[in-house]
Design a protein around this ligand. Sequence first.
Ligand SMILES: [Zn+2]
Ligand SMILES: [Zn+2]
Length: 342
Amino acid sequence: MAMMKALQKKVKGPGLELCQVEVPKIRADQVLVKIEMAAICGTDLHIYNWNSWSANRVQPPRILGHEFTGRIVQLGADVTGLQAGMLVTAEGHFTCGRCYYCRTGQGHICDDVKILGVDVDGIFAEYAAIDAKNVWPLPEDGDPAIGAVHDPLGNAVHAAYTHCLTGQNVVITGCGPIGLFCIALARQAGARRVFASDVNDYRINLAKKLGADYVVNAQEEDLADIVHGATGIGADILLEMSGSRPALASGLDALRKGAVVSLLGIFSDQVDMNLDAVIFKQLTLYGINGRRIFDTWFQMEAALAAGLDVSPVITHRFSFEQYEEAMALMNSGRCGKVLLIP
Ligand SMILES: [Zn+2]
Ligand SMILES: [Zn+2]
């Protein structure tokens, strides 16, 4: 029986273990992928830390991880259109195909979604079984590190491209990887001014690197003042990536009347919002969940082919054996995207 190493949540509770497990057997509609590069998502960190969401959702033993680049090494009997040796990543949401949302082109909000590395075994392993319909082929000459961040880059594309960014004043609250991707997307789309805010110096520096015009340390400066000062009227678009209540409040204050908002950052508990701001400013709020399947993926492919450079967001690489160090770094927030190499 072929064995492989994998980072597994063995029992309920904090932590993770590097284990020897069997190489997964694939179904007829799946492919076996040899993982070349994995990226750690906030979701993986939540499961590692065992927060209340993961305690309710994840059933150990479970191999974590859903962001990867790998090569197809085996095809299920029913798989067509893919070949062994192809460099690929995948959409990590396995949709049911039967519910109302799947049948109306809204698979990203499927009622019965199974998430890779959450509900089924993931890719923090040498090999993973992936549904063929979810596989996304990558350019052969592409950077595998960029392939490994398609999932969060797709979240950013979904949030940012919900609006036309060209010529607009765009505010991005929260400069974690997805916020940083949004800066690059706004720049590429020809935004007039890009404002970014965070409270973490490391991420503030990354935001400058990605090309934000104004990077605000929200602990020291007032975002809304700076945006109104620069624009005279307020910003057109807010991309809320932080899940922080003060950031949301100052982001809303920074907007002009008739502005639009994408909400992607997840708030740890209930948010009391001053709806007067929404009503009297006539704001439009969009909730952003996952990536549109596969509209977002085609948009992301086009943005990358046109030269979108998100490589500064990828700041650290670790081996699987160094996973504790990688998770501690993620918990510190002094990083962009962190990769794990099997
Ligand atoms: Zn992710
Ligand atoms: Zn569905």
